[in-house]
Design a binder for this molecule. Sequence first.
Ligand SMILES: [Zn+2]
Length: 409
Amino acid sequence: MVNVIYISIVSIFIISHTWESIVDFFNAKWFNKQLDSLVSDIYDNNEYNKQQLYKKENYKFSNISGTISFVITALILIFGLFGELDIYISNLVSSPLLQTLIFFAIIGFGSTILSLPFSYYHTFVIEEKFGFNKSTKLTFFADTLKSLLLGALLGGIILSILVWIYNFIQNDFWWMAWIFISGFSIGLNFFYSTLIVPLFNKQTPLEDGELKQAIEDFGKKAGFEIDNIYVIDGSKRSSKANAYFAGFGKKKRIVLYDTLINQMNTSEIVAVLAHEIGHYKHKHTIANLIMGIAQTGIMLYILSLFLSNANLSIALGGTENKFHLGIIAFSILFSPISEFIGIFMNILSRKFEYQADNFAKSFGLENELISGLKNLSKNSYSNLTPHPLYVFTNYSHPPIKERIENLKK
Ligand SMILES: [Zn+2]
């Protein structure tokens, strides 16, 4: 039995990496494809050449970094090093809770250190070369340190409570863990803007003026109360622009990147916001939250079936049943199902994007939205010729060409 599980874990890991590489490869084959007339005016020749170089360089980079991380993880699995690590930790401390915390701390810290040179290269070599990087080295390392500490704190709290539930009430583990994790993620959603974002960025209320007036006028027309519009200093790290919606009910706020305000004119920004309000009006935020919760429940239920099986821990090289080894083994065995769930969620998300676009269109903002989308696309060098298979599996938003087609309909 252990052998079957061992072989399944290693082969599922290898197959999913191969599958992802194939999809990436198909996508790269389409980089040079002829542009559709709907999107051919986004770049001039010179800029489009630069964009092509940017795509190719990123593809090469993700190929190399992906292969290295694949090889390291595959070796760890093949030689049972997760189990070795567990045996080493078990000799140091006897408390199951401490063992789990130390185990994940070592893995989390190790993978951050390993990925650091790659993200450094990506930020200060590739993004820098194409003029996107605005981050200083101080910001970069402070970000890494803060994310590590935040991950340790949040991860530590969640793991401690899960291990505690698991050790005391094994049979009811899945639904108690479900309630806890759901509550935690709703809380995090609620306080994201006020507790997490300020650790990394400054948010200031949008000052009075033409833009604020235009946004408020649109809010009135759309029957949507906007009292929290914030500007975030995205320019601290990158010239790429964005806008998003956070929180619910009274806590909800619209967040605009300062880079967005610099790159777009007022009517384009209003159209982009109309799209965001469309998400809210169609209750997409709530729908995503509910689906996330349902997904967590199903996953925890299946996890609880797996955790009682000591063979999972032994297949990873351990000697006895361990919570943390069970979680690692499960996450790999479950990954084909997560892949399917991910594809389904992307299909749904692309549907939601069309609905939000149509909401903006229903206020006659289609031309402004098209020009806003073109603007965003141009200023982030986004891919205008993605492969359909790549779009199907990886895109949460429809490609810009299809969005323009829909808006022009
Ligand atoms: Zn959207």
